[in-house]
Design a protein around this ligand. Structure first.
Ligand code: PRX
Length: 580
């Protein structure tokens, strides 16, 4: 069934967009055209952190504010490009003076405080490989990442350090723990005060000149099987991260920009740190919880012009009613973009009513390293569609044999590999990396359709990966922790549509209890708490169903596909491999 989506003319887009008309730009574009958007060193070398921050210190932007920071409690700070450059130089020196070398993995476990961003840039400057972790992660999730990456150092703060302490004994490679605000630290365990180290360090640092295919950072992300995997991104991704921010987010020097994503996720890395600052924009970073009043007031207070957010956030704002936004002046907003999960037409129409702007959807993945299918300022939009491929990108819908299907037919969303920001490996897992490539195409794992005008529409995931509130969650990770609960014998986890229509999907767990345990409301709550504290706040199963058995294949694998079909009242498909 084809849904009747509205086509929106972009003639009314506010101001003169950075990107020309899509129909003219796309056919003639070559990646070489944007080569000079990046500052290169001799011999084809570069450094992403240099391009993000340092290049501005030699220009008029030196004293321009790079970061307007606001904490949950309302405290504020601001940093110029020069200050960000000096502070990240200092941290690069701290790392080096502690014997940390190029190629070493250094992880960041902080909320959105300025030290998070300073650390990330410092790591890249000295050629280290940065990894970020969401502050909501529990000890189990932290351990998985630090262990798999053999991280030698982690940057954290007093609040979050206890979660590292709990798993420290299992992390033999971890030599240094830099603690923001840390006092009375155990020097013999490699604990160092971030602040004291920074104060001692020189603000002069010569950045490491990297090859385009040298890894700059890795982002752990979930698939349908196994633990999260370290997706590796290179310094050479810079040109694409810069140009997508310039053309799709339409960032201009006079803008105040707000990306609501956390650097624990790929969007917070690419479009808060890299692509945004490389465009020299001043940005707001809010280190606080979601609250409609607060969010609207931040737009008003900082006069935010460009806003990059997620469908769940828009739906949550929408559900808080129309009276709340009326209290604030949000006329500064000129461009809104969204990412992470399907953006249905309802919040788009709502946002148009409230802000007078059409939300521009963008599609991409942790693996793609930047936006690939988008709506552009000078391209008419079809409300509810993800848009069209970015210049330089070839997208195609293919069947299971790798053949392209006709417009309107559902298939696998595939991309021609080789774009500059594409991941260049999965940490210690070459096999996984190779599994993404089939018949010469990168297979995204998403099901989609292309209409006769070349617009792409999302259908759903082709695997068991769950998207809850825009966050990518692997069922295996949750199942593994669930069966560690003393009452749980077996667990199968699926995503199902959020009955409240806010979060995209919610997580549902089907559990078989161990002998001697009986289902109860208290037990359900205890299991939820177990996941929240061990794994992460967003990974707990909102719904729990107790069963006597779970459907399994003859080889013993839990059949999530069957659980999902049963839950949604859909045909269960081929059950020939089910355990009898
Ligand atoms: O299923 C698609 C969904 O999010 C997946 C990628 O998740 P992650 O690696 O966490 O990256 C999210 C931020 C870049 C995709 O495979 N997704 C992302 N954007 C959209 C989307 N689904 C529908 N519409 C989108 N615009």
């Amino acid at each position: 069934m084809e849904i009747n989506f509205v086509r929106v003319s972009q003639k009314k887009f506010k101001g003169k967009p950075n990107m020309g008309a899509y129909e003219k730009v796309y056919p003639n574009f070559k990646w070489e055209d944007v080569h000079d958007e990046v500052e290169w060193f001799d011999g084809g070398k570069l450094n992403q952190a240099y391009n993000t921050i340092d290049k501005h210190r030699n220009t008029w932007r030196k004293n321009k504010v790079a970061l307007y920071w606001e904490g949950d409690d309302g405290s504020t700070k601001k940093f110029t490009f020069l200050e960000m450059s000096n502070l990240s130089n200092k941290f690069a020196n701290v790392l080096k003076s502690n014997g940390i070398k190029k190629g070493d993995r250094i992880f960041i476990f902080l909320s959105r405080i300025p030290e998070n961003y300073i650390s990330f840039l410092g790591i890249l400057k000295m050629g280290g490989i940065a990894g970020t972790m969401f502050a909501a992660f529990g000890p189990e999730a932290v351990k998985d990442r630090l262990l798999d990456s053999d991280a030698v150092a982690v940057v954290t703060d007093v609040k979050l350090k206890p979660r590292i302490d709990q798993v420290r004994k299992d992390l033999p490679s971890l030599k240094h723990v830099f603690v923001v605000g840390g006092k009375d630290l155990k020097k013999e365990s490699g604990e160092l005060s971030f602040d004291e180290e920074l104060a001692k360090a020189s603000r002069d640092f010569e950045v490491e000149k990297m090859n385009p295919d040298d890894v700059a950072f890795m982002q752990y992300t979930s698939g349908s099987t196994g633990k999260p995997k370290g997706v590796m991104h290179t310094h050479g991704g810079m040109a694409q991260q810069h140009i997508t921010a310039k053309w799709v987010l339409d960032l201009k020097d006079e803008d105040i920009y707000w990306c609501t994503s956390d650097p624990g996720w790929i969007t917070g890395i690419i479009y808060t740190i890299l692509g945004a600052w490389s465009n020299g924009v001043s940005q707001l970073i809010f280190d606080g919880r979601f609250d409609p009043d607060r969010w609207y007031s931040l737009i008003e207070k900082y006069q935010v012009n460009v806003w990059y957010t997620a469908p769940t956030a828009l739906r949550m704002l929408m559900s808080s009613g129309e009276d709340v936004p009326k209290k604030y002046n949000m006329k500064s907003l000129r461009h809104i973009c969204s990412v992470g999960e399907p953006l249905n037409p309802e919040p788009i129409r709502w946002a148009h009513k409230v802000f007078g702007l059409w939300v521009h959807d963008t599609w991409w993945q942790t693996e793609t390293g930047s936006m690939l299918i988008c709506n552009y300022p000078k391209m008419d939009m079809k409300v509810g569609y993800m848009g069209k491929p970015f210049p330089g990108i070839t997208a195609s819908i293919r069947d299971e044999n790798g053949n392209e299907v006709k417009p309107g037919v559902e298939g696998d969303l595939c991309l021609q590999p080789g774009w500059p920001s594409m991941f260049n490996g999965v940490w210690k897992n070459e096999e996984k990396y190779k599994s993404y490539l089939k018949n010469g195409w990168y297979v995204t794992g998403d099901k989609a359709k292309m209409d006769p005008d070349g617009y792409f529409i999302y259908v759903g995931r082709g695997d068991d990966v769950i998207k809850t509130a825009g966050e990518r969650v692997g069922p295996f990770e949750i199942e593994s922790v669930l069966i560690e609960h003393p009452a749980v014998a077996e667990a199968g986890v699926i995503g199902k549509p959020d009955p409240e229509g806010i979060r995209g999907e919610i997580i549902k767990a089907f559990l078989v209890l161990r002998k001697g345990h009986t289902p109860s409301k208290e037990l359900e709550d205890d299991i939820r708490k177990f996941i929240k504290t061990r794994l992460a706040g967003h990974m707990y199963p909102k719904e729990i169903e107790f069963r006597d058995t779970l459907p399994r294949t003859q080889s013993g694998k839990i059949m999530r596909r069957v659980l999902k079909a049963q839950e949604l009242g859909l045909p269960t498909g081929d059950l020939s491999t089910i355990e009898k």
